[in-house]
Design a protein around this ligand. Structure first.
Ligand SMILES: *Cc1c(COP(=O)(O)O)cnc(C)c1O
Length: 356
């Protein structure tokens, strides 16, 4: 080993789902939205002039921050935007998890948390879910350097009821609690009953993170945001400006505003996915699968007879991509993204033949 190699930061990176190329394939492996972004996004894209790219973008993304503040009924000083919620959460780890005590997140959860904790050398502990994949709130009532969990959780799809989320926040007021709501828009009839956004008024140490990647059909444009108290948002911005002032490019800022404006389209596509999900649960059940009761845009399913890895391979042969995690505790499940009704019908037709 060369001496300089000791100076290299070694990390085990997060592994995203495959992005296979081709038109005929059915892609149910990365929780993308099967519907296009709002029509206004397409229109704004057509009106865009390359000439505007000559200049740097607005470093504060003020139009997008304004649109989000208005949409969620909070102050502009309570919104932080980033290049996908991955960027927002990475910045949050860097900004808020400075304690020497371990941060806490569930052992089965978004696997990026562990990667960021390792990257930033943040100590962490990962309380186990119970046998039915539920978060045990009592595990988060011990001394810690901060808490983060997705709600609904990934890859289980299970929603922690809002009163239990609040209990975790209430009992952790000496640290910062981050609720990663990447899938919250799929969780129920009224966000007021499921989202921790309302609690931001009550708890200065709460940060709620959401994304345009799933419910707003814009994974490719990379927009995420956090809502929290002005103290938290200011701290996040200070760290961001110490890293890179111009993280969000001009097209993202413009197209993001267009997406937020079209509330009707957002509601329509989200409710189509929820409907398809509920129908898909019945179909999976009939085929011999069991699964936690998902409130997200995917189902984490296990077959009573056929191993998940075998199903994953068989589906891939058919150009149907689902997500398979070759990890203890997860390796007999498939995470199946909810596609269009037609895509799901193709999936079930194949499974019927294969399992039947
Ligand atoms: C998809 C996802 C994210 C990241 O999404 P971005 O595309 O970076 O906005 C964050 N957390 C969870 C739990 C996710 O599933």
């Amino acid at each position: 080993m060369k001496a300089w190699e000791a100076n290299i930061r070694r990390v085990v990176p997060y592994v995203p789902g495959d992005q296979p190329k081709g038109d005929r394939l059915i892609k149910l492996n990365t929780n993308e939205n099967p519907y296009p972004p709002a029509p206004g996004v397409q229109r704004a894209l057509q009106e865009m002039k390359a000439e505007t790219f000559r200049k740097y973008p607005d470093p504060t993304s003020s139009d997008l921050v304004h649109a989000l503040a208005e949409r969620y009924g909070v102050g502009e000083d309570q919104v932080f935007v980033g290049v996908g919620s991955d960027d927002v959460i990475a910045m949050s780890f860097l900004t808020f998890f400075l304690s020497e005590k371990p941060i806490l997140f569930p052992d089965i959860s978004y696997s990026f948390y562990k990667v960021w904790a390792d990257l930033f050398r943040i100590p962490y502990e990962t309380p186990a879910l119970d046998a039915d994949f539920h978060i045990r709130t009592e595990d988060y009532m011990r001394p810690n350097g901060g808490v983060i969990f997705p709600n609904p959780n990934a890859p289980t799809g299970l929603l922690l009821p809002l009163d239990e989320v609040e209990e975790i926040i209430r009992r952790n007021q000496d640290g910062i609690v981050i609720v990663d709501e990447a899938y919250i828009d799929f969780a129920g009839a009224s966000p007021a009953e499921t989202s921790a956004l309302e609690l931001v008024k009550k708890y200065e140490n709460l940060l709620v993170v959401q994304t345009f990647s799933k419910s707003r059909s814009m994974a490719g444009i990379r927009i995420g945001y956090a809502v929290g108290s002005p103290i938290l948002i200011r701290a996040l911005n200070d760290v961001k400006y110490s890293f890179n002032s111009y993280t969000m490019n001009i097209p993202s800022q413009i197209l993001g505003v267009e997406a937020v404006k079209d509330e009707a389209y957002f509601r329509e596509t989200v409710s189509k996915i929820v409907e398809t999900r509920e129908w898909a649960k019945g179909e999976l059940w009939k085929l011999g699968f069991s699964f936690p009761d998902s409130r997200a845009n995917f189902i984490f399913a296990s077959h009573r007879r056929v191993p998940a890895e075998q199903l994953y391979e068989a589906l891939r042969q058919e150009q149907i991509y689902v997500r398979y995690f070759k990890q203890p505790g997860l390796d007999n499940h498939l995470r199946i993204t909810i596609g269009t009704r037609e895509e799901m019908e193709t999936l079930f037709a194949f499974l019927k033949g294969y399992l039947g």
